[in-house]
Design a protein around this ligand. Sequence first.
Ligand SMILES: [Zn+2]
Length: 427
Amino acid sequence: MKKISCTLLVILFALGFASAQHFDQYFINKNLRVNYLHIGNFNNELLKIDHYTAGGTWNGTRQYLIEPNSYGDIMIEVFDSVSNKLIFSRSYSCLFTEYRTTEKGETEIASMEESINIPFPKNTVLLKFTSFDRKRNGAELLKQYFNPQTTPTVPLSKQYKTMNLHIGNKSDKAIDILFIPDGYAKSDAKLLKHDMKRFASYVMNCSPYKEMKNKVNVRAIKGYSEDSGITQPQNNIYKKTLVNTAYNALDLDRYLMCDGVWHLNDVADDAPYDAIVIICNSEKYGGGGIYNFYCTVYNHGEYPDYVIVHEMGHLIGGLGDEYYTSEVSVQDFYPAGVEPVEPNLTTLVDFESKWKNMLPEGTPIPTPVTGKNTPEYNRLGVYEGGGYVGKGVYRPAQHCTMHQIRYNDFCPVCKKTLEEVIDYYAR
Ligand SMILES: [Zn+2]
């Protein structure tokens, strides 16, 4: 066993060394952001690059430039234009893909902003964008060259002060979580400061962040809005805020999303970030989270502690919702006969790729639900119902932060997924 471990260590060291060299061979320590529009409806989609922004430093991982998980709907791949070698990739999901599966999205065209950060290339690169449907069929959306000598880029400019809320390690050795306050006017300055600290404590007191505190950084942008409060179009309330977050995204009352992703990323630029969390100054319950995109949470009321860690589960872990009775308007989100991409949901089509190896021997599949006051309540299993539907999709536990309003209660599968993601950023 010892021999194997040593050999493994040597291999890992060699891989890490090769990757670090790989970064220096192809990139410089600067950030390049590609800003584009995602346009279309259920039947058609296209991307149009609008502009590039460049500056600051590259704060993402340098060791693992190729995305290990393809949880997202969109994959961007960067190829060296001379050797055609894949030198960087990143997977994420977006509001546009959710929109496409709504009733409106069947016919009406939408145009939504998206951005992706990549390390600044030394030489000309080919950017390739691929869109994946729920059956994981890929369709190429766009291929475009970026020449660092001739392609125009907009420089980044420092605009805001930042607050360090929890610093566990250097940026390239930790996941950098960045809070952006929205709907806090100058007169809410005290509240802003108090809320940023409060939400950082919600994250850092929740497992697995709590146990991995040396691999997590939390910072906040100190940015004020013109108005106090958040836009609620369904109630005719309109506010001028820092990043224009609004309720009723995709006509869902409590779905809080941000209208201007390019501006959101410009605001975020003043601090290193791997994950953006928008804290919204609002009494109305709401939130939203999309894998490797951003997430939102409201600041008042009873459950913001639960909402922030639940939405961050979507944002950084690519976790799916384990509940199955809600007003979610996405149709056929988990088609029959296809294994969902989310690590905490299965249709049993490819259960081996999920938590099968974590199940105690003899666990019945499906596992019967026993209810709260039974010894089996905490048993890991394969429970029917999840991903918004009661039949055909299975979840790992009877209780989990991705299922009920329960703070600090991720099931073993969700916890393990989050641990792996934090480790990915920290290596
Ligand atoms: Zn779970």
